[in-house]
Ligand binder design. Structure first.
Ligand code: AMP
Length: 255
C-alpha cells in the first residue's frame, strides 16, 4: 500500500512574521522557509507505518513555486521514497487557497492511488485547517482529523485513529482509502541524517502543473487585507502587594 503525504513550504516557525507593506499578506522574501511542522509529523507517521510493514511506499507531494523543491528534498531526506511537485508560483496577492490545494491533491491522489493520504492539521502560515477535510470531501473518502494515534490494519483495510477532543480521546475506525490529518502529539519527527540528505539528492521528483492535472485553481475567495495585531502596551513592575492592590482597585478598577 502507498501513502501520499502533503507537505507545505511555509515561513519557518521561529521567524517573527511581518506583514508586507501593501498588506496583501506576510513577507516571504529573504525569510527562512521550512516544512510546515504538522507536515513533518505527517511524513514521520507515514515513515513509521512503512517501517512497521503496514505500507510499501511513501510519496511526498507539494504545490508551490520552484523553491518548494527544498521542502520535498527534506521529506525525501527524512525517508520518503519519491515526490510529486505541482508547480505553481502564486501571485502574492492571490495565494492558493485550501479548496484549490485540495482539488490538486485530489488529482494527484487519483493518479497515485494511495491507501492513505496524510496531511498536517493546519499550515502555520494561513492557519486554515481546511485542506484535509476538503480533500476527503472531494474524494468522498472517510477522514480522521487531528489524529494523535494511528493504527493501520492492512489485512482488514482499515485504519483506527485516536483524536483529541474536548474532555477526552475519541477513537474512530475508517475504511481505506482514507484521509488523515496530524495533531502535534502524534509523534516526534526525526531529523534527516547527512547520508540521507545525500541519498535524497538522487530520489525522483516528478514535476507537473495544475493545468496538466486538469485542475481549475481559480479562486472564489479574495484576501482583502492582512494587518498586524494591535501592539500591546508595555507592562509595569510593582514593588509590593499593596501597590498591586492599589493599581487593581484604582487604575484597572477590577476590584
Ligand atoms: P491548511 O488547510 O492550509 O491549514 O493546510 C493543512 C494541510 O494541508 C497542510 O499541513 C498540508 O499537509 C496541506 N497543504 C496545504 N497547502 C499545501 C500546499 N501548497 N502543498 C502541499 N500541501 C499543502
Amino acid at each position: 500500500m502507498k501513502i501520499l503525504v502533503a507537505v507545505k513550504r511555509v515561513v519557518d516557525y521561529a521567524v517573527k512574521v511581518r506583514v508586507r507593506p501593501d498588506r496583501t499578506g506576510v513577507e516571504t522574501a529573504n525569510v527562512k522557509m521550512s516544512m510546515n511542522p504538522f507536515c513533518e509529523i505527517a511524513v514521520e507517521e507515514a515513515l513509521r507505518l512503512r517501517e512497521a510493514g503496514a505500507a510499501a511506499e511513501v510519496v511526498a507531494a507539494t504545490i508551490g513555486p520552484t523553491q518548494s523543491t527544498d521542502t520535498l528534498r527534506t521529506a525525501l531526506a527524512m525517508g520518503a521514497d519519491r515526490a510529486v511537485h505541482v508547480l505553481h508560483d502564486p501571485d502574492p496577492a492571490r495565494p492558493l487557497l485550501p479548496l484549490a490545494v485540495a482539488k490538486i491533491l485530489r488529482a494527484v491522489a487519483l493518479q497515485e492511488k494511495p491507501g492513505l493520504v496524510i496531511l498536517g492539521k493546519q499550515a502555520i502560515d494561513d492557519d486554515c485547517n481546511q485542506t484535509g477535510q476538503m480533500l476527503a470531501g472531494l474524494l468522498q473518502w472517510p477522514q480522521g482529523t487531528f489524529s494523535s494515534k494511528v493504527l493501520l490494519d492492512k489485512e482488514k483495510q482499515k485504519v483506527t485513529v485516536e483524536r483529541e477532543v474536548d474532555g477526552g480521546i475519541e477513537t474512530i475506525c475508517l475504511d481505506l482509502p482514507a484521509v488523515i490529518t496530524t495533531d502535534l502529539r502524534l509523534n516526534q519527527p526525526r531529523y534527516a541524517t547527512l547520508p540521507n540528505i545525500m541519498k535524497a539528492k538522487s530520489k525522483v521528483i516528478k514535476k507537473v502543473t495544475p493545468e496538466e492535472l486538469s485542475v481549475d485553481i481559480r479562486s472564489d475567495m479574495e484576501v482583502i487585507e492582512v494587518n498586524e495585531p494591535p501592539k500591546r502596551k508595555a507592562g509595569v513592575i510593582l514593588s509590593s502587594v499593596d501597590e498591586l492592590l492599589d493599581e487593581l482597585k484604582n487604575e484597572a478598577r477590577v476590584l
